[in-house]
Every structure is written in C-alpha cells, then in structure tokens.
Design a binder for this molecule. Structure first.
Ligand SMILES: Cc1cc2nc3c(=O)[nH]c(=O)nc-3n(C[C@H](O)[C@H](O)[C@H](O)COP(=O)(O)OP(=O)(O)OC[C@H]3O[C@@H](n4cnc5c(N)ncnc54)[C@H](O)[C@@H]3O)c2cc1C
Length: 462
C-alpha cells in the first residue's frame, strides 16, 4: 500500500534510540523515505548550563545512533546552527513533505516546536509532534477541577492508576534519500569543551539497554531497601538514559512493574510530576515556586561557595558528594539532597547557583527534575521540605553512610578514619584527618541564621 508521504524528516532530540521511539516509528510507517536528523545547536556553546560530561555522553549516544541507523539501511544527517533555519534548508533539499518529532517537556523546546509548526504551515509540509518522553503528559493528570497538582502524593495516585501505553519495537528498515550533506559526528571540540575524566557511564542505546536489564535483574525488586544507601549500587542508575531517551520510559515502566517494587514506579512518577510542574509553572526557572518565598535574601557567593564547588568544605558527606559529581557526572539522590540543603541552608547561597552548577556537571542534568530537586531542598518548591526541616550533614552521615564507606570512596584523605569520627564536627584545631580541611562553618549557627531569615521574610510579607 502506498504510504502517506514520500520523504519525512525525523528530528531526533532527546529520544536517541530506535526502540519504541514514537515519532520515528510513525515516520517510518507513514513515509517511503525517512531523513533521520539531529541538530547541533550553536547556542549550546555559550550556555551557562553546558558542561563537558553531559556533552561527552551525548557524543557517544549520537555515535551509537548513527551506527544503528546505518544498520537499518539509513543515513544519519547531522547539521549545526539554528534549528528552524537548518530544518527549512533540509526540508527543501530533501523535498520533505512531513516532519516528525517527539515533544520536548521543557519550555525552550516547546517554543521551538510552536515556531516549527508555523514554519511547516508556511512551507506546506505536515508537522507531527508526538508524546514520547513521558508516560503521561502534563495535561493528562489534573485535579478534578481541571487545575494542575501542586503536591506530589495526590498527583502520583491518578498517575499510577492511569492506563499506560505499551512499548513498541523498532523499525526493521529505514531508507534515507541519497545526496544529503551531513556534518561529522560531534566531539567535545564542537562546544570548545575538554574533559579528561573517564568515570562517566557509556552513552548509546546498547549500553543503556544493558544497564536497564542489569538494574531490572539485580536491583529494582530490592529498590526500597537500598535506595537511600549511597555506598551501595542500590538504585537503577538509569537517569541519564531517561534524560537522553536511550531507553523508553514505557519499556522501563512495563518491565519494572514485573519486579513488584511500587516505590520504584513512584520514582518515575516524581520525574513526570516535575515535568508537569515545569509545564504549568514555567516561572519556576526564574522564581521560587512558592510566591511567599520570592525575594528571600541570599548571600553573595564567596570563598565558601568555591570550597563547596571543589568538595573542600570539611564536611565529609558534602565533599564526597561533590567529588563523586566531579569525577562521574552523577551523585546519589540522598547525597544530592544533603549537598543542596547545605548550600542553601548552611552557606545561604541562592539555589539558582547550585542548580547551575549541577546542570554543568550532571550527565542526567534534567531541567525539570534539577529545578524541582533544588527548590525542594531550598524549601521554596512544589511539595518542598518545609524551611524549618534542615538536615544536619553529620547526622545524615550516621543514618545513610553509617560505616563511612561512601565517604572513604570519594575522600581519600579519610581512608583511615573510623566511621564514628564522621558523625560530628571535630574538636577545635584537631582535624578529622591530618590532611583534611577543618569544617568551613558551624552547622548549628548557620541553621539558626536560616531559620531567622525565613521567619523574618515571612513576617515582612504579612
Ligand atoms: C538537588 C537535586 C537535583 C537533581 N537533579 C536531577 C537531574 O538533573 N536529573 C535527574 O534525572 N534527576 C535529578 N534529581 C533526582 C534524582 O536525584 C535522580 O533522578 C536520581 O539520583 C537518579 O539516579 P537513578 O537513576 O539511580 O534513580 P532511581 O532511584 O533508580 O530512580 C529511577 C528514576 O526515577 C527518576 N527519579 C528518581 N528520583 C527522582 C526525583 N527525586 N525527582 C525526579 N525524578 C526522579 C529518575 O529518572 C530515575 O532515573 C535531583 C535531585 C536533587 C535532590
């Protein structure tokens, strides 16, 4: 049977896989020939959230995707520049009569989608935006009165109960018209970046699928038991693959359900809760979600902020977390919370600076979840920790790294220190270990300052 279109562009964005790729599958089913396309945006080079680890991972994802496309008989077309200008050029060169893409959950991506719809109308080509990155879009899970949820638990109930689309396979063949130019696969040089670390996970669909199988086989069933123990590989470690779409969230959900951990499925709901918050309240990228906390005073970044960024605060759990991040582009969730709360409540530094630092270093850097996590820790976000619940980094160590194994892994100065020495500040002038820095502040003093600031701000509002 003749297909609907002769030439369709599939614009890969954060869906860097062939398996269960909603828009790619539709494009291959509905068009004789498909142009698998990726755009290297020029603005990325200068953006304050760009960093080498996530870009390195992206490079590997694109390299793997190029091979997989070739394996199906197609050719990956890469271009660099402005998205709309490049798509227009490519559409004209290839005589495309349609463009397919999976929708982006971020406001920046959505803005381009709206402009692309207009461009397609002007060019007289069909435009097919499809939902792929989430199980349920932000307009699907709403309160009875049609307004968005602002709190996670009531959101998660209809999210868990809603029927989920089943994952689909991958296209068997993919035919690309010949004669189209492509830029070479990118390297870190493309963004004028360098990185000599070797500890980041490997990017690409094959590696991601192996990780997913391993996590489902070994860890998801016991997720609840180990998820808060940073020294153990107890979580799925799939956030970068969900971020870049090297695995499908439908497939992950479907297979994870078989493991019987409701807690794990709830984590996937957290991810979509934050996407929904960003969709309905895009101002969170600029402002505190809770309007009451807008205008809170923050300290100017100083040498203590620099010490935090290097993992040299003299608080072992904080330093371990930051050093893990710098080396691997990942930080355990429990430690992310402790580290973020320390920056906002002990150093009184604006959560936006922490958000930026994380985006520069995280391989899984996800605008919605990162913003949600930072605002949660600062006490200003949707369903956030109340401002007076300030975690004590010393007692958090005792609870979550009682043997000090996580700390010793990342802070070699502390290799020989007994676990108990990590549960509280050292005596004056007597560092925890000879070559380890003294704590840069006193937690109780800073805690009281934070409480006073939040209280004063609230009183000033009334
Ligand atoms: C300050 C801060 C910043 C964060 N920044 C990011 C970020 O940029 N990108 C990111 O993906 N996650 C972020 N998180 C959430 C969480 O830390 C990571 O998703 C998690 O550590 C990833 O490890 P995992 O894949 O082993 O997760 P698992 O525990 O195995 O969970 C499975 C999946 O559920 C999702 N998930 C789990 N917890 C959360 C959560 N609290 N919020 C949203 N989604 C969640 C992730 O996609 C994760 O891969 C942040 C949390 C905090 C406190």
């Amino acid at each position: 049977m003749a297909k609907k279109y002769s030439h369709a562009i599939h614009w890969f964005r954060r869906d860097l896989r062939l398996t269960d790729n909603t828009a790619l599958r539709a494009a291959t089913q509905e068009s004789e020939e498909v142009i698998p396309f990726y755009l290297l945006s020029s603005w990325k080079k200068h953006h304050l959230w760009t960093g080498p680890k996530r870009q390195q991972f992206l490079c590997e994802c694109l390299e793997s995707l190029a091979k997989n496309i070739e394996h199906l008989g197609g050719e990956f077309i890469i271009r660099q520049g402005d998205a709309l200008a490049e798509i227009e050029k490519l559409a004209k060169e290839s005589n495309a009569d349609a463009i397919y893409f999976n929708q982006d959950p971020d406001p920046f991506g959505k803005k381009i989608e709206a402009q692309l719809a207009t461009l397609c109308e002007n060019l007289g080509i069909a435009c097919h935006p499809l939902q792929d990155a989430v199980l349920h879009g932000p307009e699907e899970i709403l309160k009875g009165d049609g307004t968005p949820y602002r709190v996670y638990t009531p959101y998660s109930k209809p999210w868990l109960a809603a029927e989920k689309r089943k994952p689909l396979g991958k296209p068997r063949t993919l035919k690309t018209p010949s004669g189209l130019d492509s830029a070479p696969l990118p390297s870190l040089k493309t963004w004028e970046l360098t990185f000599d670390g070797e500890e980041i996970l490997r990017g690409g669909e094959r590696s991601a699928r192996d990780r997913m199988s391993q996590a489902l086989q070994d860890r998801v069933a016991s997720y609840e038991k180990y998820r808060d123990v940073p020294s153990v590989l107890g979580t799925s470690r799939l956030s970068q693959d969900l971020r870049w779409g090297t695995i499908s969230v439908r497939e992950l959900y479907d297979r994870a359900k078989e493991c019987g951990s409701l807690q794990y499925l709830k984590e996937l709901a957290w991810r979509e809760f934050y996407f929904a918050i960003l969709h309905h309240f895009p101002e969170v990228l600029k402002w505190e979600f809770k309007a009451d906390w807008r205008g809170l005073p923050w300290d100017e970044p100083d040498e203590k902020f620099e010490a935090w960024k290097k993992g040299e605060t003299g608080f072992p759990i904080i330093d371990a977390g930051i050093r893990e991040l710098l080396a691997t582009g990942f930080m355990h969730n429990r430690v992310r919370m402790i580290v973020a709360m320390f920056l906002t409540k002990d150093l009184h530094i604006d959560w936006r600076l922490g958000e930026q630092f994380f985006m520069q270093h995280l391989v899984d850097g996800e605008i919605a979840s990162n913003n949600g996590g930072w605002q949660w820790s600062a006490g200003t976000g949707a369903d956030a920790a109340p401002y007076f619940r300030i975690q004590n980094p010393w007692s958090q160590t005792k609870t979550h790294d009682s043997q000090g194994e996580y700390i010793r892994k990342w802070v070699p100065e502390l290799t020989k220190v007994p676990a108990k020495a990590l549960y509280g500040p050292p005596e004056a002038d007597c560092p925890i270990a000879p070559d380890y820095v003294m704590p840069i502040l006193d937690h109780s003093t800073e805690r009281n300052i934070t409480l006073a600031r939040f209280k004063k701000h609230r009183a000033d509002q009334n």
